[in-house]
Design a binder for this molecule. Structure first.
Ligand SMILES: [Ca+2]
Ligand SMILES: [Ca+2]
Length: 283
C-alpha cells in the first residue's frame, strides 16, 4: 500500500472518540423510540455480520476494524476533493462537491463511532451500538425543540427550527409554508404533535448508507477481468436492473457510483456480490 494510504488510514483512526461515548446516545430518548432504534440497528448489524463473514479468512474468527477500513478506502471511502477521473471531462458543480464532502464526513463519523464500540475485532454488538448511535442523531436533535419538555413537539416548538426571515409570508397562525411542511413530514398521524415513534420518522437514510458501505467492501469482486476498472458490461452483470449505467468506473471511485444506486437496488447488489465470492467466473 502506498504511503499516502497508510497516512490516511492512520489519520482516520488516530483520534479516539470521547470517553463518555458519542454525544448522540439513545439513553435520553423515550422508551418506545429507543426500542424501535434498537430493533432497526440489530437488523442492520445482522446484515453487516453476514457481509463480513464472506470476507473472513478460513482461520480468522472475526475482522478487525483496521481491516474493514483497509478494504473500504481504496474505493473512495472517506475521500474528499480532487477525485473522480470523470471530473476532468464533466466538472462537478458545487452541490456535487458539497455532497461528496458530506458523504466523506459521514464515513469518518461511522468509523469513529465503530471504533468507540469495537474491541479487537468487529462484533454484532459493535455494529448494533454504532448504528443505534447514528439512528439517534435526528431524534435527539428534534427533542431539543421540545421546549416545555413534555416529550412531544408542537408546531410552535417545531417552528423554532426554521425561523422566519424578514418579510416571509405566513398564514393566519403565523407559520410559513416551510414550517408547516416540515412539521407535517414528522406528524404522520396528523394529531397535531410530533410524538412517540414519529420522532424517528425514517431509518432509511442510515440503512442505505450501511448497504453502500457493505457493497463497497465487496465491490472488487465485480471487476471480473481484474483491470481495476468496472466496465459497463461488468456493471450490468452486477446490477442488471440499474438504469443509465456509466461507460466505466475506476475501482478507486466505486463508492461514488454506489451512492447513486437507489434504495431498492442496493441490497440486491450487495447480495449478488456476496454470492460471487472472490471470482464470479467460478460460479
Ligand atoms: Ca403525531
Ligand atoms: Ca474490469
Amino acid at each position: 500500500m502506498s504511503r499516502i494510504f497508510k497516512f490516511l488510514l492512520a489519520a482516520l483512526i488516530a483520534f479516539p472518540a470521547s470517553a463518555q461515548g458519542p454525544a448522540s446516545d439513545i439513553e435520553d430518548l423515550p422508551e418506545e423510540v429507543r426500542r424501535k432504534i434498537q430493533q432497526e440497528a440489530l437488523g442492520m448489524a445482522t446484515e453487516w455480520i453476514q457481509t463480513l463473514k464472506g470476507l473472513t479468512r478460513p482461520n480468522q474468527k472475526a475482522i478487525p476494524l483496521t481491516d474493514l477500513i483497509r478494504k473500504l478506502m481504496p474505493h473512495g471511502f472517506a475521500k474528499v476533493g480532487g477525485v473522480a477521473s470523470r471530473d476532468a471531462e464533466n466538472p462537478p458543480d458545487r452541490w456535487v462537491i458539497r455532497r461528496r464532502e458530506n458523504d466523506a464526513k459521514y464515513d469518518r463519523k461511522f468509523i469513529k463511532t465503530l471504533q468507540l464500540y469495537s474491541t479487537e475485532s468487529l462484533t454484532l454488538q459493535a455494529f448494533a451500538k454504532t448504528i443505534e448511535s447514528l439512528l439517534a442523531v435526528w431524534p435527539n436533535k428534534l427533542l431539543l425543540l421540545d421546549a416545555d419538555g413534555d416529550g412531544s413537539i408542537t408546531l410552535s416548538e417545531y417552528a423554532l427550527s426554521s425561523p422566519l426571515v424578514q418579510d416571509q409570508q405566513t398564514d393566519e397562525d403565523g407559520f410559513s409554508q416551510n414550517q408547516r411542511r416540515g412539521f407535517a413530514y414528522y406528524d404522520s398521524n396528523k394529531n397535531g404533535v410530533i410524538d412517540g415513534t414519529e420522532i424517528i420518522r425514517s431509518t432509511s437514510y442510515v440503512e442505505k448508507k450501511m448497504r453502500q458501505y457493505m457493497a463497497a467492501l465487496l465491490i472488487s469482486r465485480a471487476d471480473i477481468d481484474k483491470d481495476s476498472i468496472l466496465s459497463q458490461s461488468e456493471l450490468k452483470e452486477l446490477s442488471p436492473k440499474t438504469k443509465g449505467l456509466p461507460a466505466a468506473i475506476p475501482l478507486s471511485e466505486a463508492i461514488y457510483w454506489l451512492r447513486l444506486i437507489g434504495s431498492d437496488d442496493i441490497a440486491p447488489l450487495r447480495d449478488t456480490l456476496l454470492e460471487w465470492k472472490e471470482n464470479p467466473t467460478q460460479n
